[in-house]
Design a protein around this ligand. Sequence first.
Ligand code: ZN
Length: 106
Amino acid sequence: MRKKFRIKRGDIVQVISGDDRGKRGKVLRVFPQEERAIVEGVNFVRRHTRPRRMGEAGGIIEKEAPIHISNLMLVCPKCNQPTRVGMMFLEDGTKVRYCKKCGEII
Ligand SMILES: [Zn+2]
């Protein structure tokens, strides 16, 4: 079954499984094909770098890696809780997302 999950860049999400469970962050990038997203401050990976120029320090940089969206839940900006997202149509035909907890349009 395909998991129905709709997140967009700029959304605040909470991690619901893995090492970063409980962390919240802003979605920086979404990869719909892979069903992954990069979330600010979540799922850091370390990369070792070499100095590219004279005088430049090499070392370890930490960077966010994409995390599978099944590990994420959208945090509703209205009720501030991790929630499932529903879809509905407004009277004018616009498709909108709504919070299944408080019913507000997100
Ligand atoms: Zn809500």
